[in-house]
Design a protein around this ligand. Structure first.
Ligand SMILES: Cc1cc2nc3c(=O)[nH]c(=O)nc-3n(C[C@H](O)[C@H](O)[C@H](O)COP(=O)(O)OP(=O)(O)OC[C@H]3O[C@@H](n4cnc5c(N)ncnc54)[C@H](O)[C@@H]3O)c2cc1C
Length: 362
């Protein structure tokens, strides 16, 4: 432990005792956080993870992960996370219950306040708080999540070969997911509540091509109101409503509103993600318009640096495009390496900036 990271448990925060000081606090317990934790623990940075309200992150919502390298037969999402947690804690990382409510970056160390009021301080922070897929809130959705209802077509599409499938949404993600699913589906029903897609022209053109080929049928001005099935048999169908002027759930009593029933084997929701960044609101960490943390990116070292020196970002909270387990894990390892360089530079009394980008020599 460096001088800069001496135990500061005696510090107070506006009269409230600081529970603990750590060299490195990692916000999250998903795959990006756990990957960062293993690297950070092996670099003697004494990481403490707060697991948030979704311990283990999004992978715990899926049954089987078939595209994570090293598991040729696939692995259950929860098992992969448990193995990574075991690996990280073996090297000394600690995982605690706790949801970070706010971060104070006005001085050093950083002060993190949890929703229960506890205050922790840290010399460096890795934000790996992920993004939550938006859902519809309709009956059957929660019960069948991971059993035929999914928010990730790339991840789960191949499990439903030969089935009819629904994709809900009208933006780029929905158009891309519907196009992707034509590889597996008998017919993909793209359910959109308006009469035109919000997707960019490229994706709208792909949808038109698939419609012409008979792979996709677009259900315009339509919304899903219930998913049917059971955990044992999976998804068996969906109830939908349609109104000629769109947004039918707002017009359920209108004469023109029709009810539809579809037999399907899978139900994909592609209405966007919400990055979990509200706890950064009072910091200098810059987020894009959608709330995703902006990092330096590019080539060379320091790719995971944010606009606040000493705060790094990794995984789906940064990466709105790839959003895969392997990419999140990769970014987690980069964030831990960047944080290690930063902590060493602070201990050496250097600038406080991450060391210059130099090629790795081993
Ligand atoms: C149904 C489904 C199936 C998927 N299947 C696959 C697949 O087969 N293969 C694949 O590669 N990818 C898959 N994915 C995508 C993959 O799960 C994500 O890309 C990956 O989990 C992102 O990891 P992450 O650590 O960045 O974020 P997350 O997994 O989202 O983890 C975020 C963590 O941050 C915590 N957190 C949030 N806010 C706070 C806070 N304020 N304080 C403390 N902690 C906080 C949460 O509790 C959580 O632990 C799937 C996703 C879903 C939804």
């Amino acid at each position: 432990m460096t001088e800069a990271t001496a135990d500061r448990t005696a510090l107070t925060d506006g009269g409230r005792d600081v529970v603990e000081h750590r060299q490195l606090v990692i916000v999250g317990s998903g795959i990006a956080a756990l990957s960062a934790a293993t690297y950070a623990a092996r670099s003697n940075n004494d990481p403490l993870l707060f697991e948030g309200d979704e311990p283990g992150g999004q992978l715990t919502l899926t049954s089987e992960v078939e595209n994570y390298p090293g598991f040729p037969e696939g692995i259950a999402g929860a098992e992969l996370i448990q193995e990574m947690k075991t690996q990280a804690t073996r090297f000394g990382a600690e995982v605690e219950h706790g949801i970070v409510e706010s971060v104070d970056d006005s001085g050093r160390p950083f002060r993190l306040t949890l929703t229960n009021g506890d205050v922790y301080t840290a010399d460096a922070v890795i934000v790996a708080s992920g993004a939550s897929a938006r859902t519809l809130g309709i009956p059957g959705e929660d019960e069948l999540m991971g059993q035929g209802v999914s928010t990730c077509a790339t991840c789960d599409g191949a499990f439903f070969r030969g089935e009819d499938m629904i994709v809900v949404g009208g933006g780029d993600a929905a158009a891309e997911e519907a196009s992707f699913l034509t590889k597996f589906a008998d017919t993909v029903y793209l359910v959109h509540r308006r009469d035109e897609l919000r997707a960019e022209d490229y994706w709208a053109d792909r949808i038109r091509e698939h419609v012409a080929d008979g792979d996709i049928e677009v259900l315009w001005n339509t919304e899903a109101v219930e998913v049917h099935g059971s955990p044992e048999e999976g998804v068996t169908g969906a109830s939908l409503v349609r109104h000629p002027e769109g947004h039918p759930t707002a017009k359920l009593d209108a004469d023109e509103t029709e009810q539809l029933e579809l037999d399907i084997g899978a139900f994909f929701i592609a209405i966007g993600h919400t990055p979990n960044t509200s706890f950064l609101a009072d910091t200098g960490v810059v987020c894009d318009d959608a709330g995703y943390v902006q990092t330096v990116g590019g080539a060379g070292g320091g790719q995971t640096k944010t606009d606040v020196t000493g705060v790094f970002g990794a995984g789906d909270v940064v990466d709105y495009h790839y959003q895969q387990a392997v990419t999140a894990a990769g970014m987690g390892s980069k964030a831990a390496i960047d944080a290690d360089e930063y902590l060493e530079s602070v201990a050496d009394g250097v600038t406080g900036e991450t060391a210059d980008a130099t090629p790795a020599d081993d």
